[in-house]
Write a protein that binds this ligand. Structure first.
Ligand code: ZN
Length: 378
């Protein structure tokens, strides 16, 4: 990262710092030691650079089981990250591992760091709790104040709402949490300038719409620095190359102007030498003017209408690892995951696209039947 860009304005670190192994192989001490090691490494490589850091579901012991109130792991993590935080962020973090502050101290710009592990379907502690740690209430208050203060806001977190694009129907948030998140974005979209999440290890994005179907928000899901092969049944070759990403943004409006992704080709590293290289630049790869909501909707339209762009996106989705074709089912899974964060609408999308692609598949069959009939007549 330092070789590519030694002086970024700030760094977004979206979590999952420990190996994805059984709890018995780690333990709380190991988890804290690993988060500490990485924190020190980033501080050493980027001294003085502001880092906004969110906890991932693997940054806890036992993994995924984030409680809805003060926990020593939250308090220890806040201690590790305190040099990156404003003093008033620390008590909030101690309570539920979330916080907000002015982005780089600038007037009119804000960052919100969420702990969406509280909403994760594998978190057994928050079943039946409508608003764990009061984060939603707090989130709405911060956004409401941002509207009053005419601020622009970036939101970061680890586990994203919506669906995993590599396997149909895989969700991360519990149902009511997903609904609430979506409603909050719909209500406060005018101040939200960007949402940046992780967890997938894949490179994708999610669109948000208002009730009349107009695009109002975009969430970027960043590739992982670590390679990971998903163990979800039904996913073939679900691995990724490591990737890192630089966002270029308008420092006045916080609009995303471009996104540059670098990757590390594991096969090349294993056979020749390790090498980080440019993977793609958003505006060049998808021929869009920038990374705004409007442009990301244009990108989605291109994936939907043009197989060339869909295949290109699919290659980037695994960070240049899976170079196979994105077939009919893959297309439905990818498109509907990007388009519909809402659970009901996703189901409708899958149904609609499945029946329309059956129709498309039937067209050559119908025409060949017609041809056969015509030939027979002659
Ligand atoms: Zn994760």
């Amino acid at each position: 990262m330092r070789e590519r860009h030694p002086h970024p304005d700030f760094i977004l670190w979206t979590g999952d710092d420990t190996p994805h192994v059984a709890d018995e192989k780690l333990g709380e001490d190991a988890v804290m030691r690993i988060i500490g090691n990485l924190t020190h490494l980033i501080q050493e490589v980027f001294p003085g650079t502001k880092v906004y850091s969110a906890m991932g579901n693997h940054d806890f012991h036992p993994k995924n089981q984030f409680p809805d109130n003060y926990h020593r792991i939250y308090i220890k993590t806040a201690q590790l990250w305190k040099s990156w935080m404003d003093p008033q962020s620390i008590p909030t973090f101690n309570k539920g591992a979330f916080y907000t502050e002015r982005l780089l101290g600038r007037t009119g710009q804000r960052i919100i760091v969420l702990n969406t592990n509280l909403y994760y379907i594998n978190n057994k502690l928050n079943v039946g709790i409508s608003d764990p740690a009061g984060q939603f209430k707090w989130f709405e208050e911060v956004l409401s104040n941002a509207v009053t203060a005419k601020e622009k806001v970036y939101i970061i977190g680890h586990v994203p709402p919506g669906f995993f694009e590599k396997r149909r129907g895989i969700i991360w948030f519990r149902h009511h949490f997903n609904k609430r998140y979506n409603e909050i974005v719909q209500k406060y979209h005018s101040v939200i300038a960007g949402q940046f999440f992780g967890h997938h290890h894949t490179d994708s994005f999610r669109m948000f719409y208002n009730h009349s179907g107009s695009p109002i928000g975009v969430m970027f899901i960043a590739p992982g620095v670590t390679p990971w092969k998903t163990t979800l049944p039904g996913v073939e070759n679900g691995a990724n190359n490591p990737g890192i990403r630089i966002f270029e943004y308008d420092t006045n409006t916080l609009e995303v102007q471009d996104m540059v992704t670098y990757y590390f080709n594991l096969s090349h590293a294993n056979t020749v030498a390790p090498r980080w290289q440019l993977e793609y630049r958003l505006t060049e790869a998808f021929k869009v003017p920038d990374g705004t909501v409007r442009s990301m909707q244009m990108t989605l339209d291109k994936l939907y209408n043009d197989n060339y762009y869909l295949q290109k996106y699919y290659k980037y989705n695994s960070i240049n690892y899976d170079l196979t074709e994105c077939d009919r089912n893959c297309r439905i899974d990818q498109i509907c995951a990007i388009k519909e964060v809402d659970f009901v609408k996703y189901g409708e999308c899958v149904q609609r696209e499945s029946s329309s692609s059956i129709l498309i598949a039937q067209v050559p069959l119908i025409s060949s039947l017609l041809l056969s009939i015509l030939f027979l007549q002659f």
